[in-house]
Design a protein around this ligand. Sequence first.
Ligand code: GDP
Length: 363
Amino acid sequence: MDERFCAGCGVKIQTSDEHALGYAPKSALQHDPVVCQRCFRLTHYNEIQEVSLTGDDFLNMLSQIAEKDALVVYLVDLFDIAGSWVPGLQRFVGNNPILLVGNKKDLFPKSTNEHKLISWIQRAAREQGLKPVDIFLMSAGKNHGLDEVAAQIDYYRQGRDVYVVGATNVGKSTFINHLIQQSGSESVITTSRFPGTTLDFIEIPLDDGCNLYDTPGVVNAHQVAHFIETRDYKKVMPAKEIKPKVFQLNENQTLFLGGLARVDYIGPSKRSLIAYVASSLLIHRTKTDQADDLYARQLGHLLAPPSEGTILPKMERYDFRTEENDSDVVFSGLGWITIKGKGARVSAYAPKGIGVSLRPSII
Ligand code: GDP
């Protein structure tokens, strides 16, 4: 195939990866000039389609934000906070203020204490070297809290441009599409290029001559989405409010989260474990001394998702002893298990590459 370039943003056209820069369906190649799917949607529907990329282009782009005088709006996924940080972000954005926005609040049980959640995010952000000027929670998908976030953006930007950044799947395009609809702007959205990169980003005019820039999503390799098939990913991503499931475990009992994660409760004595995962991720309890055998025989059957035949990296073990009163064992992108009470010993397992961590309970 001859090399073709998008008439909209100039990027090289490719027909193989729908989520990467420059994608166009094969049928679009019959047209001359040709535009990539992203520019097509942008011009015809005023709709943002997220593309993702890794590597130098992305770092280049981020580090150029440091040279601007702008507000950075940083989106994280509340269901997968550990998996949705962009490593080193504070360094890249220099002295520009960061407004941290936690999305997908609707997945949390209604009883969640928002203040506790925000102060936990604040601590976690500090550990990342971040000093956000403020933190807000919203649900872009359910249109909750968007007006407030938009008002806060306006307040904190103080007449400056805005850059929206975040990892893939945090809900950035859902959020930006809402902002566009609210602003009622028509056919004025454009793409432009960061100097020195092959990267284009989307420019949305604000009412005072400044712009809001949508930047491509950062791919975090340890997100569970990269390990399993799309149909299985739909099963592990909760679609609505998570219903906690409580289990009373005796010493040396194991919980499997489908075939994607496992927690062995070693002891001492009897204790409650509460699972916060999608309802379609089947939880199975067994005796720890039978767990290896069950996994070998039942992966993709009783222990599902993943679907039968999926080849996963080998399970890696993490040993934890809980210090605080209640703690969460977090499996990046899958959810978490709250261990009630302190002093518990557990071993957690997940396919190598999927982030596993312990945090003070956030609910
Ligand atoms: P992007 O990759 O950051 O642009 O993320 P998308 O906007 O494409 O969203 C990723 C996934 O999260 C999609 O399946 C969305 O439907 C879902 N999503 C986005 N916002 C929300 C939200 O507020 N709540 C829930 N439950 N899901 C959301």
